[in-house]
Ligand binder design. Structure first.
Ligand code: BG6
Length: 458
């Protein structure tokens, strides 16, 4: 049997924009997603925006019951900056305070430990209008927002995260055109990345100054990089991909400084951000207590086969190509590779190269398009998802046996939720959501997850 410790965290993650709904009531300000959907709804799968989503704002009590029924002993959600501070700073929305207080209290009453994340891709529109993460002033506003959250909720919440997958808003918002403000501007991307690392450190500083007696960390999507071969060119390509995709945030968050090799590349392409020595000191002095790691798929890398276009904007892929490994296992419903050993490699990397810092899996999951085809007698028979979890847990367990300091496993996600550009295309939940009437039904994997959590293994 695969058995985890009695105090191992089993749960799931969600985010405000993806689950709350109530996007324009009770004083909530607009965020970039509300705005973008209002102005360009065609960019979203089937034209479905973040209007109602899974109505967590209204139905949190019912949902927390379902968390209990699916065996959660912990749950990550995020606080919507634009709900708490409709102007990005200044006046606090008391209805938002009430809502998050109610959620926290309800979770605790059900013996589910809250993990709160402060930023999940959801920049308030008023902050975006003054430049978003490109603007140093917005970094200060974020740090004040974080402080308000610690002051109001820190008496009961002992596990905090500053950001979810910060590389995503850098890449998708400033290089690839997938998230608002869909700029393709490498210089802005580097500035945004640097300011985000600084914002993480400033939030941690505020937490410690308030004598927060919990732990504060960051959630990173660490996709291990695997070279196509052991030749020196593939190895170099993989090393550089790792610098951009993983170490750009991992190193400053845990070690307090950016990798030298990354800085050299940034300088070579004339992309250095505006920075100050005192801000760099803040980054070096305020590192995380623990890490959250989202893992979905590996990143396979080969040396570039062609010269980069000298007239195209810089992309990290200047140095490498993606590589499709023959024989790879694939989730056919989402198109992503499944490589379970990736969690073990992450565990060992953290153990050996990051001081064996405490960490947990904060997202791991299997998205399925058209999941209703697995409906039998009203229940989604998602055996493929149970297998997916089991196979990852086996490798995670091995990593822990070998000394990695992993304290939990959170899946993505509790209930099928709205997802950025994909809306409701890929379903990930332990609980299915009928969009036509908001009916919730526990899937086969949800029942299995309860057993897993109760037995602490399988
Ligand atoms: C994670 C994000 O990277 O991927 C989630 O943190 C997101 O917010 C999840 O929903 C799944 O993405 P998708 O595009 O398959 O729905």
């Amino acid at each position: 049997m695969i058995k985890f410790k009695d105090n191992f965290y089993f749960g799931s993650a969600s985010s405000a924009t993806q689950s709350e709904g109530a996007w324009n009531i009770d004083g909530k300000g607009q965020n970039i997603w509300d705005y973008w959907f209002e102005t360009e709804s065609f960019r979203f799968h089937n034209n479905i925006g973040p209007y109602e989503t899974s109505t967590f704002y209204k139905n949190y009590k019912e949902d927390i019951k379902l968390l209990k029924e699916t065996g959660h002993n912990s749950f990550r959600f995020s606080i919507s900056w634009s709900r708490l501070l409709p102007n990005g700073f200044g006046e606090i929305n008391s209805k938002a305070i009430d809502f998050y207080n109610n959620v926290i209290d309800e979770l605790l009453a059900n013996k589910i430990e809250p993990f709160i994340n402060l930023f999940h891709f959801d920049m308030p529109m008023c902050m975006q209008n003054i430049g978003g993460w490109e603007n140093r002033e917005v970094v200060n506003h974020y740090a004040s927002f974080a402080k308000i959250c610690f002051e109001h909720f820190g008496d009961r919440v002992k596990r905090w995260f500053t950001f979810n997958e910060p590389i995503v808003h850098v890449e998708c918002g400033y290089l690839l055109g997938y998230h608002y403000p869909y700029k393709v501007d490498p210089k802005a991307a580097v500035q945004v990345g640097y300011h985000t690392a600084l914002a993480n450190a400033l939030a941690i500083k505020n937490y410690r100054e308030l004598n927060g007696d919990g732990k504060i960390g960051i959630v990173l999507n660490l996709s291990p990089c695997y070279p196509r071969s052991e030749n020196k060119w593939d190895l170099k390509a993989s090393f550089i991909a790792d610098l951009f995709a993983n170490r750009s945030f991992l190193d400053p968050a845990v070690k307090g400084y950016f990798p030298t090799e990354l800085i050299e590349i940034i300088k070579e392409h004339d992309l250095m951000p505006e920075y100050t020595e005192s801000d760099l000191n803040i980054i070096s002095e305020n590192t995380v207590d623990y890490l959250g790691v989202n893992y979905y798929q590996p990143r396979r890398v080969a040396a570039r086969a062609s010269l980069p276009n000298p007239e195209a904007p810089f992309m990290p892929e200047y140095y490498y190509d993606y590589y499709i490994m023959p024989g790879r296992k694939i989730n056919p419903h989402r198109g992503w590779e499944i490589f379970e050993k990736g969690v073990y490699d992450i565990a060992i990397n953290i153990r050996d190269n990051y001081g064996n810092i405490e960490w947990l899996i904060t997202e791991n999951g299997m998205g399925v398009e058209g999941e209703e085809k697995f409906l039998v007698d009203g229940i989604i028979q998602d055996d493929y998802r149970i297998d997916f979890y089991k196979n990852h847990l086996k490798w995670l367990h091995k990593g822990i046996e070998e000394g990695s300091n992993c304290i939990g496993y959170h899946v993505w996600t509790f209930i099928d939720n709205w997802s950025w550009l994909n809306s409701y295309k890929n379903r990930y939940g332990l609980v299915s959501l009928d969009l036509s009437n908001q009916k919730r039904t526990i899937k086969k994997s949800g029942r299995w997850f309860k057993e897993l959590s109760e037995k602490k293994g399988f």
